[in-house]
Ligand binder design. Structure first.
Ligand code: IMP
Ligand code: MG
Length: 179
């Protein structure tokens, strides 16, 4: 186990407070738009939304389905949209929420997409950062934990589709030998 359910919950509460402290100018007329990257960030986003609400930030949410990994553990290098946003992001204050910042390709793709559609401000929040794996420079504005260079599973993150329901984050068992 890398991060227990209790550690995650405490960090999510802190992240919400950090986000709140930078968002003094958000109003009821111009609420924060949280963009949840599917599928890995769905549990993190659900908890973060509730923590934001508890901190006094009532945000809207929308979902962006992306794929880059397929069933492989290594990124295939391309990111594509599998399910687009329903919300017009023009002039919106957007917070992109993802599970893991790894090579950086996913985040670069999403930030580019949302910016090209005319968002007023785009920031990002990731639960885990694996800085040793970065290929494209850049960090998220808000980061939950630094993680080692190991494949992780749980709290929304999967290995070949499974393990997303685990309440804690653990390292995935080694891939079985071929043949
Ligand atoms: P990047 O585009 O290389 O930064 O990869 C980010 C995406 O890869 C994340 O949104 C995850 O979906 C996926 N990913 C990266 N590392 C892991 C891992 O250890 N476990 C599960 N998914 C991962
Ligand atoms: Mg993902």
């Amino acid at each position: 186990m890398l991060f227990s359910a209790e550690e995650i919950a405490a960090r999510v509460t802190d992240l919400a407070a950090e986000i709140k402290s930078t968002d003094q100018d958000l109003t009821r007329e111009r609420p924060l738009l949280v963009v949840c990257i599917l599928r890995g960030a769905f549990i993190f986003t659900a908890d973060l939304m509730r923590a934001l609400h508890a901190a006094g930030v009532d945000a809207e949410v929308d979902f962006l389905g992306l794929s880059s990994y397929g069933d492989a553990r290594e990124s295939q290098g391309r990111v594509h949209v599998t399910m687009d946003l329903q919300t017009d992001v023009t002039d919106r204050d957007v917070l992109v929420v993802d599970d893991i910042l790894d090579s950086g390709r996913t985040l670069r793709f999403v930030l580019g997409l949302v910016q090209s559609r005319g968002a007023a401000r785009v920031r990002s929040c990731v639960l885990l950062d694996k800085p040793s794996r970065r290929e494209i420079e850049g960090n998220a504005e808000f980061t939950g934990f630094r993680a080692p260079d190991a494949f992780v599973v749980g709290y929304g993150m999967d290995v070949a589709g499974l393990g997303r329901g685990m309440p804690y984050i653990g390292t995935a068992p080694d891939e079985p030998e071929q043949g």
